[in-house]
Design a protein around this ligand. Structure first.
Ligand SMILES: NC(=O)c1ccc[n+]([C@@H]2O[C@H](COP(=O)([O-])OP(=O)(O)OC[C@H]3O[C@@H](n4cnc5c(N)ncnc54)[C@H](OP(=O)(O)O)[C@@H]3O)[C@@H](O)[C@H]2O)c1
Length: 239
């Protein structure tokens, strides 16, 4: 079957103010998708939307903290009033703190679980009716290689991301009959602001580039709807 075109499709991307989410928004707009960007830092969202619209793309942003569940339902309403449909949901907002369990603050534990796991679950709920209506449609959850293995000093980050992977696997089965494809992208260290907070484990020069994750995302979204990916793992080659 031929590649699926993203022209005119509407994509909602959380955590689009920087890093992977910013790159996803710019590249999806480049291939003709209409993009709706969500994060907390308005000036950064504004700059990404300006960059996209200057190059002829269609983009809008919405400022929200994804840890506040009702705001996730509100932002879907705002998106639908602007774009009238939703074809692709990318749960990307996330963060990690790396420290031994005894040193993790309760606020850090809560922030990781609420941002990396709970928000994605609630946003899937909030967006599902729209995604069912526009099926074949896609949900992509940005997990991590930390979803697949246990790493010392990453206990809660691993818990949040493996929780998100388990959620994605089960939701993929649940939504298969409705033609909503659910994919988890499990990326290794990628060069973004993520490491401003997360004590790095890998020399920056060896990290993946955001474009590597963009390639994986476009591969998923342009695959014909009968092709299921389940999970895609990308990692830097470390020897
Ligand atoms: N970089 C890596 O090595 C790597 C590897 C695997 C997976 N990941 C995952 O990839 C995703 C994107 O991370 P990144 O590497 O691109 O890092 P990043 O540049 O720090 O981006 C994180 C994004 O999440 C948003 N965000 C965080 N908390 C939020 C909240 N409460 N409400 C709304 N938005 C929030 C941030 O926006 P605001 O601060 O403006 O709200 C920002 O846009 C994360 O889920 C991360 O766990 C990263």
């Amino acid at each position: 079957m031929a590649d699926q075109s993203l022209e005119g499709k509407v994509a909602l991307i959380t955590g689009a103010s920087s890093g992977l989410g910013r790159a996803f928004a710019i590249h999806l707009a480049r291939v003709g998708a209409k993009v709706f960007l969500v994060a907390r830092r308005e000036e950064l969202l504004h700059a990404v939307v300006e960059e996209i619209t200057r190059s002829g793309g269609d983009a809008a942003y919405h400022v929200a903290d994804v840890r506040i569940a009702p705001s996730l339902f509100d932002l879907v309403d705002v998106l639908l009033s602007r774009f009238k449909r939703l074809d692709v949901l990318i749960n990307n907002a996330g963060l990690g703190y790396r420290a031994p369990l005894l040193e993790l603050k309760r606020s850090e534990i809560q922030e990781m679980l609420e941002t990396d796991l709970h928000a994605a679950i609630y946003l899937c709920q909030a967006a599902l009716n729209a995604l069912l209506k526009s099926a074949p449609s896609d949900i992509v959850n940005i997990c991590s290689y930390a979803a697949l293995e246990g790493f010392a000093e990453q206990t809660v980050y691993c818990a949040a991301k493996s929780g998100l992977l388990g959620f994605s696997r089960a939701l993929a089965q649940e939504l298969k009959p409705a033609n909503v494809r659910v994919t988890a992208i499990c990326a290794g260290s990628t060069d973004t602001e993520f490491f401003d907070r997360f004590r790095p484990t890998l020399d920056p020069a060896r990290r993946l580039a955001v474009e590597d994750a963009v390639r994986a995302l476009l591969y998923v979204l342009t695959s014909p709807p009968n092709v299921l990916h389940g999970e895609i793992v990308i990692r830097p080659r470390v020897v």
